[in-house]
Design a protein. Structure first.
Length: 254
């Protein structure tokens, strides 16, 4: 539209840079998993902690990409470990590897953000390795998506052109800095007026939607919009239909 008149861990790539934090108070299990997982994933680094103090220290440094935890610990349980990790590093994958849990614990943990729940068994090491790879691959894709969104947001707010997203009904759900400045909008989109209430021409928004629904890729128009201070001003706009993140139809405009 133009006027005519939660704390991330360091990025990780699969391979030798993969660092696992293993929370386990049984020394034999720590030794077995470290050895077996190192064989299944050559180059992986496994750091084990066996006490609350060691766990807190590890959380403070953040030198890990994924956490594996037993459920039954002498000083806590896997749900507390999950909560501690997710509170500090929301995007860090956590895998529960245990023989002391049950279905109810697994469901509760999954609701709390657990990536996977695997029964502790040496025969399940290949599955554990696959789960680590899948978790880190997904986290890397999510990290790249977050970075892309950050760059796009910066770009949108750097342009001296008003950009907005709206529903077909005319509810604006997003807009850049310049749009807010042009239309004198309040900070929160929830407080913004509907597009059809801003336009002085009767049924202008509805006619635009009809034109878009006839198969046209984009539609341009000149609108006289009312601003928050009561003034009226002419704007040139161009809109197109798009698909939102949830699969819903959206209207993208400038």
């Amino acid at each position: 539209m133009s006027n005519n008149a939660s704390t991330d861990l360091p990025p990780v790539m699969l391979g030798p840079s993969t660092r696992v934090l293993y929370v386990e108070d049984n020394p034999d299990d720590r030794l077995l998993l470290t050895r077996d997982l190192s064989r299944a994933m050559p180059g992986i680094s496994v750091a084990s902690v066996s006490s609350q103090q060691e766990f807190e220290q590890a959380l403070g440094t953040g030198q890990f990409n994924v956490v594996i935890t037993d459920f039954a610990l002498g000083w806590g349980d896997g749900l507390k470990i999950l909560h501690g990790v997710k509170t500090r590093y929301a995007s860090c994958p956590v895998i529960m590897y245990t023989c002391s849990g049950n279905e109810e614990i697994a469901v509760t943990a999954m609701k709390g953000g657990l990536h996977d729940y695997i029964l502790k068994n040496r025969n399940h090491i290949p599955r554990l390795a696959d789960s680590i790879r899948a978790a880190l691959s997904r986290e890397e894709m999510d990290r790249q998506l977050r970075a892309t969104r950050t760059r796009l947001s910066w770009l949108m707010n750097s342009l001296e052109v008003g950009i907005f997203s709206a529903t077909p009904a005319g509810d604006m759900v997003n807009g850049n800095r310049y749009l807010k400045q042009l239309l004198q909008l309040p900070p929160a989109p929830a407080q913004w007026p509907r597009m059809n209430t801003l336009v002085s021409q009767p049924n202008a928004w509805e006619e635009l939607m009809v034109a878009l629904n006839t198969g046209r890729q984009s539609v341009s128009a000149e609108w006289r919009l009312s601003l928050a201070n009561g003034q009226m001003r002419w704007f040139q706009i161009k809109v197109a239909l798009a698909i939102g993140s949830g699969g819903e139809t959206m209207v993208e405009g400038i």
